[in-house]
Design a protein around this ligand. Structure first.
Ligand SMILES: [Zn+2]
Length: 269
C-alpha cells in the first residue's frame, strides 16, 4: 500500500465504517455522473476527492454565464467550453489519480446501455424527465443502482433506486409514473433555484453513492428524503413499488407490497 494513499485518505480510513478496505473499494469503483450542472458539479468534486477510482462525466452542454451561480466546478474562463471537458480539467487538477472519462454528448436510447454497462453505479443529476426515465429503465435492466436527486427553488429531494433487487424496492417510474399531465408540465430547467440547494443535494448524492459502494449504514433505497431551506424541514418518506409499473413490475411478481401514491416532481440541474 502506497504511503501517499494512506496519508491522503487517513481521515476516511479512521472512520470505522470505511477503513483501509473501504478506501480500496472506493479506489476500485466506477461511478457515472449524468448531468454536470448544479447537482453534478458538487457530486463530482466530492466523489473525486473521496478517492473514487473512475468517474464518467456525461453532459452535451457548454458552460454559460448563468451556470456560474451554482455550478461550482466552472470558472469564468470556462464559458463556452464543453462542461465535460471543463469539469474533467478541474477534477484532474485536484485528484490526478482519478481516471476521468468524458462523454460530451446526450445519453440516448442508442448509447445508454453501452455506457452504463461499464459502471458500478449511476448518479442522475439531470434536469428533465425524458433522461430520468431513460436512466431508470437502463439502470434497472443493467442492475445498476441509481442515485437520483432533483431541486427546485428552495427545495430538494433524493432517493436511491435499485428495484432490480426486488424485496419491495421501487424504481423511479414507480415514484413518477409517465403521464400526459407530466408531459405537459412546465420545463423545470427554466425555473429558479437557490444555488446552495444544489450543493446540498449534489453532496448528499455523493454521500449516498459512497454508502452504496461500501454497503454501509441504513440504505436510502426505498426512501425519499426531501428538505427545504426555507424552513429547514426535512422529511423521509417510505416508498413502495407500483404493481403496474412498466419498468419493474416483473421484479415484484412474487411480492405483494402495496401501492404508494406519488406526487409529481421536477428538477433543475
Ligand atoms: Zn417501477
Amino acid at each position: 500500500m502506497q504511503k501517499d494513499f494512506i496519508q491522503r485518505y487517513e481521515r476516511h480510513i479512521d472512520v470505522p465504517e470505511i477503513g483501509i478496505e473501504g478506501q480500496k473499494k472506493l479506489a476500485a469503483a466506477r461511478v457515472l455522473i449524468v448531468g454536470l450542472g448544479g447537482l453534478g458539479c458538487p457530486a463530482a468534486l466530492y466523489l473525486a476527492a473521496a478517492g473514487i477510482g473512475t468517474l464518467g462525466l456525461v453532459d452535451a452542454d457548454t458552460v454559460s454565464l448563468s451556470n456560474l451561480q451554482r455550478q461550482v466546478l466552472y470558472r469564468e474562463a470556462d464559458i463556452g467550453q464543453p462542461k465535460s471537458r471543463a469539469a474533467a480539467a478541474q477534477l484532474k487538477e485536484r485528484v490526478s489519480a482519478c481516471d476521468i472519462v468524458e462523454y460530451p454528448f446526450f445519453l440516448t436510447g442508442d448509447n445508454a446501455a453501452d455506457i452504463i454497462g461499464t459502471y458500478d453505479i449511476v448518479l442522475d443529476c439531470t434536469d428533465n424527465f425524458d433522461t430520468r426515465y431513460l436512466l431508470n429503465a437502463t439502470c434497472h435492466a443493467a442492475q445498476k443502482p441509481l442515485v437520483s436527486a432533483s431541486v427546485y427553488h428552495h427545495d430538494g429531494q433524493i432517493a436511491v433506486f435499485r428495484a432490480f433487487e426486488g424485496g419491495g424496492l421501487p424504481c423511479y417510474q414507480c415514484l413518477y409514473p409517465k403521464s400526459d399531465q407530466l408531459a405537459l408540465a412546465p420545463q423545470c430547467k427554466d425555473g429558479g433555484i437557490l444555488g446552495p440547494v444544489t450543493g446540498i443535494f449534489g453532496t448528499l448524492q455523493a454521500a449516498a453513492t459512497i454508502n452504496e459502494i461500501l454497503r454501509i449504514g441504513e440504505p436510502l433505497a426505498g426512501w425519499l428524503l426531501s428538505l427545504s431551506t426555507l424552513d429547514f424541514a426535512a422529511q423521509k418518506i417510505r416508498l413502495s413499488p407500483r404493481p403496474d409499473c412498466e419498468i419493474c413490475s416483473n421484479t415484484h411478481m412474487t411480492n405483494k407490497k402495496p401501492l404508494v401514491a406519488a406526487n409529481s416532481g421536477c428538477g433543475i440541474d
